[in-house]
Design a protein around this ligand. Structure first.
Ligand code: NAP
Length: 481
């Protein structure tokens, strides 16, 4: 049995309480590792290590910080096979996907912020007539908390940790208890990269216990959180009275608007991915597909035919499009939503758990398409976060925009059209932090990333992340001529 340990002050250690949790391989439903059930004592130790390291790390030159982050990126790439295999086993995603996207992207996150910090400048404002000059320092916040979800484990963990440490903070971080493995392995690579002890501390355990202790800890100055909207609301309630800085990247129910003038073949290929990549467990997946009446029937038959051809199987095997969903609890949640969807709409394909030969205990769900006629139903309002999409017909551009916006969430949207004027009109009216036109999941890490409405508060990415993890201090100097 593999034993995952906390990484505190540059050392691996057991939880003080001696309590452990089971970690399940979703491809077969078997327990394969144990993880620390960390409590307040472990979080306090992680905090003390981070606090002790903070002044020294903040005083470390930008060049040195940058070099360590770049080395860490190179080490992640060097260990890509091991990390991708671990990610797949922990999460259920196909190994090819972890190898093509998750692990390379984790390396890119460290490389991006290792480079970005060398270009992070602040402003100066000279008031010539008044003989004064203002300049703004960007100082690290101190010890910060990073809490990440299970769907893109190392990718989202590194998306927070990299800018936090690049900016001179030290970190107490918690990955999801459901997918702790690659964050655990990262500790080893941090040591090898020469990251000073205490700069990154990784504490494993339950969200409501370990995560809660991080959020409630008085010494932790900011929380960067990615996860569900309900958890985000709870975190905001705990953190706001302490005036902690908060970045909340929350749930989505993203619309896909398909107009008749689009490049149909490209749209179809990408829409398959935006619907079912990572078993539909990407916050940016387009789970509500709205199609213009003129091509609705053509789309419906081509899409359903293509979905039926998707292969679902053991993530460790070559050749499957989809693997297992992350856990039994999550599988049951998605299956319950499928039953709701069957009541509210017309099942076109999928709609059930799959039992895979040789992996009978695994958590597999057939990619599911439901036809709906209204946005005002649970399946078009609530986030499912699994391999389930709805398709709905629209007649006019105005109706398409109204349907797209008729949801509590506002993370991303995708628009398929070849009309430039429509591109601009529609993009500007969509209530979302990110709009993709004729593409999906096309990410430039310099751009702001985040949602509106119930999808969150604040932006990650590029300089936005470095601004989040620093406090601006304005200094005004009056001088004599
Ligand atoms: P979750 O249940 O909200 O958990 C996210 C993280 O928060 C996990 O590490 C969790 O720990 C921890 N947590 C839970 N309760 C906590 C508490 N009271 N205090 C502090 N931490 C707590 O979300 P999830 O099910 O892991 O992830 C799926 C959700 O994430 C979906 O809604 C998805 O849309 C969203 N997501 C959003 C983005 C984005 O960029 N907007 C990206 C990816 C995912 P445990 O797992 O150990 O309970």
């Amino acid at each position: 049995m593999i034993k995952i340990q906390n990484y505190i002050n540059g050392e691996y250690c057991d939880p003080i309480s001696g309590q452990w949790l089971d970690n399940v391989d979703p491809s077969c439903g078997q327990v394969y590792a144990q993880i620390p059930n960390s409590d307040a004592q472990d979080v306090t130790n992680a905090y003390k290590a981070a606090k002790a390291a903070q002044a020294g790390w903040a005083a470390t030159s930008i060049d040195t910080r940058s070099a360590i982050l770049l080395k860490l990126a190179a080490l992640i790439e060097k260990n890509i096979d091991r990390l991708a295999t671990a990610e797949s086993r922990d999460n259920g995603k196909p190994i090819w996907l972890a190898k093509a996207v998750d692990i390379p992207r984790a390396a890119t996150n460290f490389r991006f912020f290792g480079n970005a910090i060398t270009q992070f400048a602040s402003e100066a404002h000279e008031n010539v007539g008044n003989n004064s000059i203002n300049f703004t320092l960007r100082e690290p916040l101190g010890v910060v908390g990073c809490i990440s979800p299970w769907n893109l484990p190392l990718y989202l963990f590194s998306w927070k940790v990299a800018p936090a440490i690049a900016a001179g903070n030290t970190v107490v971080a918690k990955p999801s208890e459901v997918t702790p493995m690659t964050a655990y392995l990262l500790g080893e690579l941090c040591t090898e990269a020469g990251l000073p002890k205490g700069v990154l501390n990784i504490v494993h355990g339950l969200g409501r216990q370990t995560g809660q202790e991080i959020v409630a800890h008085k010494g932790i100055k900011a929380i960067s959180f990615t996860g569900g909207t309900a958890t985000g609301a709870h975190i905001a309630k705990v953190a706001a009275p302490m005036f902690k800085k908060l970045s909340l990247e929350l749930g989505g129910k993203n619309p896909n608007l398909i107009f008749a003038d689009c490049d149909f073949d490209l749209m179809l290929k990408v829409t398959l991915k935006s619907s079912f990549a990572n078993q539909g467990q990407i916050c940016l997946c387009g789970s509500r597909i709205f199609v213009e009446a003129a091509i609705y029937d053509k789309f419906k038959s081509a899409f359903v035919e293509a979905v039926k051809k998707l292969s679902v199987g053991n993530p460790a095997e070559e050749g499957h499009n989809l693997g297992a969903v992350v856990s039994e609890v999550h599988m049951n949640k998605v299956l319950e939503y499928i039953e709701v969807a069957k009541q509210e709409g017309n099942l076109l394909c999928g709609g059930k758990r799959l039992i895979i030969e040789g992996s009978e205990g695994g958590f597999y769900i057939a990619p599911t398409v439901i036809e709906t006629t209204t946005t005002q139903c649970r399946i078009n309002q609530e986030e499912v976060f699994g391999p389930l999409v709805t398709i709905t017909k629209f007649e006019t551009e105005t109706e398409a925009i109204q349907m797209a916006n008729d949801v509590p969430y506002g993370l991303s949207s995708t628009v398929w059209t070849s009309n430039l004027d429509r591109t601009m009109r529609v993009s500007k009216q969509l209530e979302a932090g990110i709009v993709w036109v004729n593409t999906w999941l096309n990410r430039d890490l310099r751009t702001p990333f985040g949602g509106t409405k119930a999808s969150g508060v604040g932006r990650e990415g590029g300089l936005e992340a470095l601004r989040f993890f620093t406090e601006p201090k304005n200094i005004c100097i009056q001088y004599k001529n």
